[in-house]
Design a binder for this molecule. Sequence first.
Ligand SMILES: *Cc1c(COP(=O)(O)O)cnc(C)c1O
Length: 467
Amino acid sequence: MASETGEHGRRRPISVNPLLGEADPVSGVKTVLPRHTLPDAPTTPSTASRLIRDELMLDVNPRLNLATFVTTWMEPEARALIGDAADRNLIDRDEYPATADMEQRCIAMLGRLWNVPGQEHPVGTSTVGSSEACMLGGIALKRRWTHRNAVRHAAGARPNLVMGANAQVCWKKFCNYWDVDARVVPMEGDRFHLGAEQAAEACDENTIGVVAILGSTMDGSYEPVADICLALDALQERTGWHVPVHVDAASGGMIAPFLEPQLEWDFRQARVASINTSGHKYGLVYPGIGWVIWRDGDALPEDLVERVNYLGGDVPTFTLNFSRPGAPVIAQYYNFLRLGHQGYRAVQGALREVAMYLAEQVEALGCFRLLTRGDQLPVFAFATTDDVTRFSVFDVSRRLREFGWLMPAYTFPANRQDLGVLRVVCRNGFSLDLADRLVEDLRSLLPWLRRQPAPFHGPADATSFHH
Ligand SMILES: *Cc1c(COP(=O)(O)O)cnc(C)c1O
């Protein structure tokens, strides 16, 4: 979370510590730097980098950050590769053909991992993250609908996209930016994600697709992709409407293939048109890499693909950006080579073990009710039991900060806004030992929380959870 600086602090210039050797009153070297205006004169590299490093120290210790899904540690060899490749522009395929080739190899590996039918070279691209990947998936769905419904489209029909209320904010952005109605299926009772029947019921002749999420950012659960596809098959039989599915596998795309190879959530489902994942989540790469793959050329209309020739070569592209760092692609390729199938299975298996263990321990504390158990994504959400009246999940989140833990608390969306939850995301580096520490810290808080006359913090104090 961003550290809060008061109104005064934000207006004050940045003061340079005299120890840095630059702030010498005798020589007249400056002791302050402007905060919001470009400085007039240069500063030495050592001072500039020290100032920035000092400020970055205020960020949360990533090991204790249970909120984010995004990778915070890579091996020194990967870091070195990333540093050495910092100058590579991915779009410049003529200058950096080896980087471009690694991107294609990653796409081929992912395609195979997700059982893309009979293709050595699947249709796909790397992106900045899942948000861009989802945008591209959504655009392809919309364009396909437009092609199939040219007359209705010309008559002003508005396309819609069906998703659960747990959908990540990028889908709301997609609908907003690309003028598509978001058909958001609310949660109901103990159903905290999209159900198959509800998905089919929400569709009509203007539905460009259904988004199925593997798994939900809100509680780590997998949406029932196979059942959703079945329900849409039945819908098509009844009505003739063909509704494709995009699987948002931002997290699960790099979990399920290793831990549940038999789960048919991917291109084995004929209705699945496209799949995205975040390389920087369980792909174990630093921020800046996502992937999207289409079933075949039909799923990605040719009129969306631009060809550019002014960098040399005739290069098809379907991305939102032009220039983009090549290093994240290289880092992903490094992980693929380095870990292989068995390596990923071992890493993800260990994470799931920690998540399930921790969930059990939390449940055993006696005042929390698990909504999920960490047995799908290595993520689980829990609420307080009904007899807890003196403290809220928001109090728990606040008090854990005293120990350095960042554990987000938030309320669920419609129709379960009444439900406040805490969520734990287990990432590589979160060990069983750390899990024990967390449970001990949580246990030590309970007597204090139980002595409160009433909850101190409410939903207005919710911490960010959206990754
Ligand atoms: C994280 C996430 C996103 C957004 O991914 P970024 O890589 O952060 O852009 C989209 N959908 C789901 C389900 C996610 O978990």
